[in-house]
Design a protein around this ligand. Structure first.
Ligand code: ADP
Ligand code: ZN
Length: 606
C-alpha cells in the first residue's frame, strides 16, 4: 500500500484516497476480486490504474467505449503511464505494434473492446503475456434489463475460467440492487469483495419545474446560470433534439445535435467537439453519454421526463465530475406523462416488463411532484438514507407551497366522468371553463353539471391540476394515442369526500441563485483574469497535441493555481492534480503565465 500511496502522489498529484479507493486497491493488491459501485465522478479509474502500476505485468481494461479509448489512453500518457488500446478503429500495423509491446512486457495498461478480447487470438496473446489484473468497466452492460446491454459482456466469465489467478475488478455507476446481482452472477464474482459507496453527488443542485413553455424556462436558466458553460440537454425524440439545437444556435450558443439517427462520423465529430472545445452544448437523446468522462460538464438539462429514476440519476450524473458546483435542471409537462405512459404501456412486450416499466415511471413522477427534499428521495430510491434535507435542491431552497385541492380535484374528476371518459385534457379544460364550442355542443357537454364550474382557475392552472392528478395516480391515460383520460380506483374516496388531495402551487418563474455548494477552491474576482489566462494557455497546448483540454489540467487544478500563485516548481507540485510528469512537461509553461500576470497586477491596482 505504500507504493500505492506514493503513486497517488507522484503520478496523479493527489494527496489522499477518496471513498473506498484504498480498500479496493488493497483487495486487488492481495490478489482478490472486487466489485465496485461508485457514482460517476467518484474516482473509479484509480481503483484499477494504481494496482496495475504496482503489480507486475499489464492491466487489461475491458470497456465498451471504443470512441473514447483514444482519449483515455492520451490522458494516461500525459501522466507518463505506458498505455495503449486495441479495438476495431486501429489499422493492422498499429494493432500489431501494440500486441508486440504487450508481449514484450512494455505496457502498464491496455484498453480492449470486449468483442476483441473474446477472440481466441487475443486470449492466446494474453496467455503468453503477464497480466496484472482485469478491469471490467461499465460492468452494468451485462444486464439485459438496462439500456446499455452488450451481449459480449455476458461471455466475460471466460476471464475467470481461463485466468483464475489474475485478480478482476468490475466497476459501475449503476446503483440498483438488481443490476448488482446480475453482475455478480454473470461475471462469476461470487468471491469478490463488494464495495458500495454512497451515491450522493453533493455538488449537483437538483431542480425540476413544471408548466408551460419549457424552452423559455431553459433559456432563462442558461442565461442566468450558464452563459458560457458546457452542458448536455436531453430530449426524448430526434426531431426535438434537432429543433432544440437549431434554436440554441440561432440564439448564439454553440449547440450540436446527437442521436442515433445521425451518420456515425457526424456523431463522432460532435462528441469530439464537445470534449475538445470549451463551452459546447450537446443536445441529445439517451444515445449520448455513457462513459463521457468530461469532468467540467456544468449542467445537464432535461427538456423531457426521463423514463425512470435510474435514467434520471445516470444522465444527471454526467454533470460536475470534477466536484465543482453543477446543475441538474429539468422542465416537464402534462404531455410528457401522456407520451411516456404510451411508450411504456403501448406496443408489444411482456406484461411483466410493462408493469416494471410502469412502476419505474410512477416513481419518477413521484420525484417530480415531490414537495420535500429531492436528494433525500433520490437516495432513498437507491436504498440510502440521508438524515437531513440537503439544502442544495429547489425544494430545499424554495419550499413549494401546497394547497387543499380536494374540491378542485372533485371538479376535474367529475368532469372526466360526466363526459364519458372519452376525452383528453384540452377538451376537459374547455368544458370546465364553460367554452361552448361546436364540438362541445354537438356532444351535449354544455349541458352537463360540470360545464363552466371551473372559472376559479385559468386554463394553464387546470392543466397543472390534471397533470398532478395523473402523476398522483387518480387518472390514467388510454393507449389510443389521443391522451384520453379515465378514472382509476383511487378516485372513489376523493369523489366521496372521504380523503383530501394536496396539490402543489405552480412556482413563479424561479430565480435560482448560484449553486451554494462551495467550489473546491473559491475564486477571488481578483484571480479571475489569471484563471482565464491559464485556461487560454491550456487550450493552446491541447490544440497543439490534439487532446481535450482537461487531459492537460482540470479546471479545479487551474483554479487552485490561480488562487495560490505558485512561484516555483516545488510550490506548483503541491497543487492537486499536478504529478511529476505534468510538472516536468508543463511546469515552466504555467509558471510563466503566473509570473506574467503578476507583473500586470500593480498597474491595474493603481
Ligand atoms: P469515475 O470513473 O468514477 O466517474 P473518475 O475515475 O473519472 O471517476 O474520477 C473522477 C475525477 O476525480 C477525476 O478527475 C479524477 O482524477 C479525480 N480523482 C479520483 N480520485 C481522486 C483522489 N483520490 N483525489 C483527488 N482527485 C481524484
Ligand atoms: Zn434538498
Amino acid at each position: 500500500m505504500q507504493r500505492a500511496q506514493h503513486i497517488l502522489e507522484s503520478v496523479f498529484g493527489y494527496d489522499a484516497f477518496r471513498h473506498s479507493q484504498a480498500e479496493i486497491i488493497e483487495a486487488l493488491l492481495n490478489g482478490g476480486d472486487a466489485l465496485t459501485l461508485m457514482p460517476t465522478g467518484g474516482g473509479k479509474s484509480l481503483c484499477y490504474q494504481i494496482p496495475a502500476l504496482v503489480r507486475e505485468g499489464c492491466g487489461v481494461v475491458v470497456s465498451p467505449l471504443i470512441a473514447l479509448m483514444q482519449d483515455q489512453v492520451d490522458a494516461l500518457r500525459q501522466l507518463g503511464i505506458r498505455a495503449a488500446y486495441l479495438n476495431s478503429t486501429l489499422d493492422a500495423a498499429s494493432a500489431r505494434a501494440t500486441e508486440q509491446a504487450l508481449l514484450a512486457g512494455e505496457l502498464h495498461m491496455l484498453y480492449v473492446a470486449p468483442e476483441r478480447l473474446l477472440t481466441e487470438r487475443m486470449l492466446e496473446l494474453l496467455d503468453r503475456s503477464a497480466v496484472s489484473l482485469f478491469a471490467i468497466d461499465e460492468a452494468h452492460c451485462v444486464s439485459q434489463w438496462g439500456h446499455d446491454f452488450r451481449p459480449e459482456y455476458q461471455r466475460l466469465s471466460v476471464l475467470h475460467e481461463r485466468f483464475p489467478t489474475v485478480p478482476r475488478i468490475a466497476l459501475t455507476a449503476t446503483a440498483d440492487a438488481r443490476t448488482r446481482e446480475e453482475i455478480i452472477a454473470q461475471l462469476q464474482l461470487q468471491q469478490a469483495a463488494v464495495f458500495v459507496n454512497s451515491f450522493d453527488r453533493p455538488n449537483i443542485h437538483y431542480a425540476i419545474s413544471e408548466g408551460a413553455n419549457p424552452r423559455e424556462q431553459l433559456w432563462r436558466f442558461l442565461e442566468r446560470e450558464h452563459p458560457e458553460d458546457a452542458g448536455i440537454i436531453y430530449c426524448l425524440s430526434r426531431k426535438k433534439v434537432e429543433a432544440t439545437a437549431e434554436w440554441l444556435t440561432a440564439k448564439g450558443r454553440t449547440a450540436l445535435p446527437y442521436h442515433a439517427g445521425l451518420p456515425a462520423d457526424q456523431r463522432q465529430t460532435h462528441q469530439q467537439r464537445f470534449l475538445r472545445e470549451e463551452g459546447v452544448i450537446v443536445v441529445a437523446t439517451i444515445a449520448f453519454g455513457m462513459g463521457i468522462d468530461k469532468p467540467d460538464v456544468r449542467f445537464v438539462a432535461h427538456l423531457n421526463l426521463p423514463k425512470s429514476i435510474e435514467a434520471y440519476y445516470q444522465e444527471t450524473g454526467r454533470a460536475g465530475r470534477d466536484g465543482l458546483p453543477a446543475n441538474a435542471w429539468m422542465a416537464y409537462g402534462l404531455q410528457d406523462i401522456i407520451t411516456l405512459r404510451q411508450m411504456v404501456l403501448g406496443g408489444e412486450g411482456a406484461e411483466q416488463y410493462k408493469r416494471i416499466a410502469s412502476n419505474k415511471l410512477d416513481a419518477m413522477l413521484g420525484l417530480c411532484e415531490l414537495i420535500a427534499c429531492r436528494r433525500q428521495a433520490l437516495l432513498a430510491y437507491f436504498g440510502e438514507t440521508l438524515s437531513e434535507s440537503c439544502g442544495n435542491c429547489d425544494n430545499c431552497r424554495t419550499p413549494p407551497e401546497t394547497w387543499d385541492g380536494t374540491e378542485t380535484a372533485q371538479k376535474a374528476l367529475s368532469c372526466v366522468y360526466r363526459s364519458g371518459q372519452r376525452f383528453g385534457v384540452a377538451y376537459l379544460v374547455d368544458v370546465l371553463l364553460g367554452k361552448s364550442d361546436e364540438r362541445i355542443q354537438r356532444n351535449g357537454h354544455d349541458r352537463i353539471s360540470t360545464f363552466g364550474i371551473g372559472e376559479g382557475l385559468s386554463g394553464p392552472e387546470w392543466r397543472g391540476v390534471f397533470r398532478q392528478l395523473l402523476a398522483q395516480g387518480y387518472l390514467q391515460t388510454d393507449l389510443d394515442g389521443y391522451g384520453t383520460l379515465r378514472l382509476t380506483e383511487k378516485c372513489r374516496p376523493v369523489l366521496r369526500s372521504e380523503t383530501t388531495v394536496q396539490l402543489r402551487r405552480q412556482r413563479k418563474p424561479e430565480k435560482v441563485k448560484k449553486p451554494r455548494a462551495a467550489p473546491a477552491v473559491d475564486l477571488d474576482p481578483l484571480d479571475q483574469p489569471l484563471y482565464e489566462a491559464l485556461r487560454e494557455r491550456r487550450t493552446t497546448l491541447a490544440q497543439e497535441q490534439g487532446v481535450p483540454p482537461y487531459v492537460i489540467f482540470h479546471d479545479s487544478t487551474l483554479r487552485e493555481m490561480a488562487a495560490l500563485r505558485p512561484q516555483s516548481l516545488r510550490e506548483l507540485h503541491t497543487v492537486s492534480g499536478v504529478g511529476e510528469q505534468k510538472l516536468e512537461r508543463y511546469g515552466e509553461i504555467f509558471l510563466a503565465v503566473i509570473q506574467n500576470q503578476d507583473l500586470e497586477i500593480p498597474e491595474s491596482a493603481d
